[in-house]
Design a protein around this ligand. Structure first.
Ligand code: HEC
Ligand code: HEC
Length: 205
């Protein structure tokens, strides 16, 4: 009996993490909606964006995209264009668009180069500063993870200027929608040259 209960529990855990990765939206409708709402004009039809300031969504975790769109709607995350773009989306639109983009082939940089400063922060962090390794949350290659219902977005293969700007704005406290302000704490202890190095390094993964 105990074994059966354990099995059911494990199955529930597994299905829950699948849900968090891909969402339960309708990707076919999501594609039509992303075209109709003009999302693809900036974020690309395959989720690879058209310029370095605009984030890729290709293979991004659905739960992360959903959270960001809800945060733009509620004002917890601010951006002139995205506040307007997100305003009229229904909860279904959001789920469907997220399902579409998360189902695209995951964003991929042009190949890593040797970058000890960034590589070390990614894999080891810095104990002296109480700075955890980026990879411990975002995955060793930055391809994202879902743990205990917290969604850690894909950052490996993301656009370089976008990454740079986000790290700056976490540091300045302009963006403050991460759970318990975790990214603000992390970015505050980063130096300018580390942010530059990380943006370059991550965008190539
Ligand atoms: C005119 C260009 C443009 C259009 C159209 C547009 N976006 Fe964006 N989007 C951006 C930019 C630029 C950002 C980065 C915002 C920032 O710097 O904080 C962004 C950010 C986002 C993010 C956050 C991604 C992340 O990695 O945190 C999501 C999700 C998103 N957009 C979804 C959409 C959806 C869905 C639509 C269509 C309804 C849409 N966007 C339309 C330019 C655009
Ligand atoms: C303790 C876990 C944790 C660690 C360690 C961590 N992050 Fe994050 N990070 C998060 C979470 C959670 C989010 C999502 C925030 C949200 O929901 O808006 C995030 C978001 C981000 C984003 C925004 C992505 C986007 O598409 O807008 C960037 C960039 C980022 N992290 C970079 C880093 C870098 C670089 C490091 C290492 C110096 C790092 N993170 C370490 C938890 C972490």
């Amino acid at each position: 009996m105990f074994h059966i209960v354990l099995w059911i529990y494990t199955l529930l855990l597994v299905s829950n993490s699948l849900y968090a990765d891909q969402g339960n939206g309708d990707a076919v409708r999501g594609k039509l909606k992303a075209i109709e709402e003009r999302c693809v004009e900036c974020h690309g039809e395959d989720g690879n964006s058209v310029d370095v300031k605009t984030p890729n969504h290709a293979g991004q975790i659905a739960g992360y995209l959903i959270k960001q769109l809800l945060n733009f709607q509620s004002g917890e995350r601010k951006h002139e264009t995205m506040t307007i773009m997100a305003a009229d989306l229904t909860a279904n639109d959001i789920d469907d668009i997220a399902a579409y983009f998360s189902g695209q082939k995951v964003m991929q940089g042009e190949g890593s180069i040797d970058n000890p400063l960034a590589g070390n922060l990614m894999l080891n962090g810095d104990q002296l500063r109480d700075l955890p390794a980026c990879g411990s949350c975002h995955g060793e290659k930055g391809k994202g993870a879902v743990k205990n219902n917290v969604v850690y977005p894909v950052i490996g293969g993301q656009r370089k200027v976008y990454l740079f700007q986000q790290l700056q704005s976490w540091r300045m406290g302009e963006r403050k929608n991460s759970p318990e302000g975790v990214m603000n704490k992390i970015a505050k202890s980063l130096q300018d040259e580390e942010i530059e190095a990380l943006a370059d390094y991550l965008s190539r993964l």
